[in-house]
Design a protein around this ligand. Sequence first.
Ligand code: SF4
Ligand code: SF4
Length: 367
Amino acid sequence: MPADVFFADMRTKQGLNLLDKVDRLYERAGFEKLFKPKDLVAVKLHFGEKGNTAYIRPQFIRRVVDKIAVGGGKPFLTDANTLYRGSRSNAVDHLKTAIENGFVYSVAGAPIVIADGLNGKDYISVEVGLKHFDSVKIASAAYHADAMLVVSHFKGHEVSGFGGAIKNVGMGLGSRSGKQQMHSDLLPSVTVEKCAGCGRCMDWCPTGSITVIDRKASIDENRCYGCGECTVTCPECAVAINWKTDQAAFQEKMVEYMAGAIKNKKGKVGYMTFVMDVTPDCDCCGWSDTPIVGDVGILASLDPVALDQACVDMVNKQRPLPNTRMDGTADGEDTFRRIFPWIDWSFQLKYAEEIGLGSRDYNLIQL
Ligand code: SF4
Ligand code: SF4
């Protein structure tokens, strides 16, 4: 059955600016009914890597925060730490980056909680029993929240083709070691030259696969099951992150993480996506290249699959902009495949529909 996706375009006039449109979308999509008084409501967003400028402006976030608060909910802004060592791989750096990017209380109107804690080890194992994972590691503050509003910036992504609501929740709310599990099909290995022999990885390894002899760690591949704890624990970055994965498997794993992240929130999650500043790369990058299509608008739905499908369809209807990454790409109707011809982004949508997270069929309702 088609899901309703509400759409506000970019046109504005006196008495109706884009912030007002956020309010209207919130109401039309039925988000007011999702959050009860006193609910702790996680507003899942991406604060942007240091140097990135395309993430959603805090002023937009303020509007949804105020709407949640008017209904009696207690909103907080949240994201989980990154696997890679950028400006958001622990809670201290992450908070500093978020504040420097403008997500201060006086602007956004809600406190920030880094969902997987100080060093990315605060997570809950949530049983999903799916193709790739029996259980997934969901950042604990997101799991313990009563409800969630997922606010996503729609843009390209170098591994999943595009990043929308599914990626924001699935990848975004995995703990650091969970992110390693999504990104890699390979077991980690120790770069001996970098190892200082501190033994921290050995202490964290749940399977006792690591031994340290003569101040050098080694991993028993017969016992290791690839949980990624050693990778995220090593202070010397001596346990190599294997980023290689099959693209279909990567997207499906991301979807399974999403299933875990919303499992205890039936009827308590809303999704709003900003199709603006559609950059070729993710907000995890410390730069923002020129947007590849013009701004499209803001969409909202209770169905994340329908929402992502509607967003990608709308981007594909736009004319690629000159003097952008689209220049020099082969002609084609699919915007993201022109930039990343080797990535079929549809795996995430197909699998999400298959496991019951939503429908690719939608009714687009323009405000
Ligand atoms: S945590 Fe890193 S530096 Fe310490 S023993 Fe393990 S691999 Fe070596
Ligand atoms: S990936 Fe997990 S199981 Fe394997 S060595 Fe590292 S900590 Fe141990």
